[in-house]
Design a protein around this ligand. Structure first.
Ligand SMILES: [Zn+2]
Length: 338
């Protein structure tokens, strides 16, 4: 019925409308999100315009329908940008150009669930990787009362995958911090969930798994970087710019999860070197082979501890064992991505 949130997991209908409006405005500006983020550190007008976007989305919480929420927010934000353009202090060429572009883009905001759109695009990527082994997960959305990390960063998002049937990916958003950087990092975050966890066949969830959070994260990054321009052409510039910074948050963490991520990436890169040597192939081809091996291992039903042990053993190899060499030669190319 009209007035409800499409996500049972969002705390209230007004909370959904606020998130929808915010996401719709950011989505409309997809091609300029990287610049909106960067120039907000250079110009008070751009920072002010982003604060006005948040205010416009906040006002949309009271709207009677999703369509009104987005059109009201776009109208309010457009008015606010116009005021910044009218200010005698808004004089720099790049500042004015960006605000003029944002003004034009704000008018194109549509009442379409931006989270579902991003999830569908990443799902397309995952189908290309897993083919008929892709289990078509459902998306859940949560509005977080606080930033997911402490100290807070520019990425007010996190996610988790629940191994139900079908699997559920929950995207968690802290609305107050959900700006250009957060929006641009959502595809990278969803790609981690979809490539590492959604099709995973293992006995339990293990947050510090060297395989699931390390070797598979390397694979997710490989696939995402190779495909983002294809699956999200408008957002790809900002998504590329922010995926690196977003991944750094995890790769530099001194937690067990951070160590697992680094270990798995090192193991993957070591296997790339072994593969280049063993099969006499280029680095690019070796990376593709390693990504295929990781993907196939992810689909094998086995205890996660065994997959972790295998990941650890990779680092101890100075050359592939005969069995591993056969695996590297024989991995099944799937669909069009790997
Ligand atoms: Zn994970």
């Amino acid at each position: 019925m009209e007035g409800e949130s499409p996500y049972a997991s969002v705390s209230s209908a007004p909370a959904w409308r606020g998130l929808l409006a915010r996401g719709a405005l950011l989505s409309a500006c997809a091609t300029r999100l990287a610049q909106l983020y960067d120039l907000s550190f250079a110009y008070a007008s751009v920072l002010g315009a982003l604060n006005d976007l948040a205010k416009a989305a906040g006002a949309a919480r009271a709207a009677a329908s999703d369509g009104v929420a987005v059109s009201d927010a776009a109208y309010r934000w457009g008015g606010a940008i116009s005021e910044w353009l009218d200010s005698p202090d808004t004089t720099a060429v790049d500042e004015r150009l960006l605000l003029e572009e944002a003004l034009a883009l704000s008018a194109t905001a549509e009442s379409v669930d931006p989270f579902r759109t991003l999830f569908a695009a990443v799902g397309e990527l995952a189908v290309g990787v897993y083919g008929d082994r892709w289990p078509s997960p459902v998306l859940r959305l949560n509005d977080l009362p606080a930033h997911p990390r402490n100290p807070p960063d520019h990425y007010a998002i996190t996610a988790k995958t629940t191994p139900t049937d079908p699997p559920a990916v929950t995207l968690m958003v802290h609305p107050t911090g959900f700006g250009p950087a957060s929006f641009a990092a959502v595809p990278c975050l969803l790609a981690h969930e979809c490539i590492c966890h959604v099709p995973a066949k293992q006995d339990r969830v293990k947050n510090d798994s060297r395989f699931a959070e390390g070797l598979m994260d390397w694979t997710a990054s490989y696939v995402f970087d190779a495909s983002v321009a294809h699956i999200l052409p408008d957002l790809s510039e900002a998504a590329k710019a922010h995926s690196g910074a977003f991944r750094e948050l995890f790769a530099t963490a001194t937690t067990p999860e951070g160590r697992a991520r680094r270990f798995g990436h090192i193991a993957a890169n070591h296997l790339v070197v072994l593969t280049m040597d063993d099969l006499d192939v280029s680095q690019a081809e070796a990376e593709r082979i390693v990504a295929r091996v990781a993907r196939d291992l992810n689909c094998v039903q086995a205890p996660i501890d065994k997959k972790d042990l295998l990941t650890a053993k990779l680092l101890g190899l100075s050359e592939p064992t005969p069995l591993l060499s056969d695996v590297l030669k024989g991995v099944r190319p799937a669909a069009d991505l790997l």
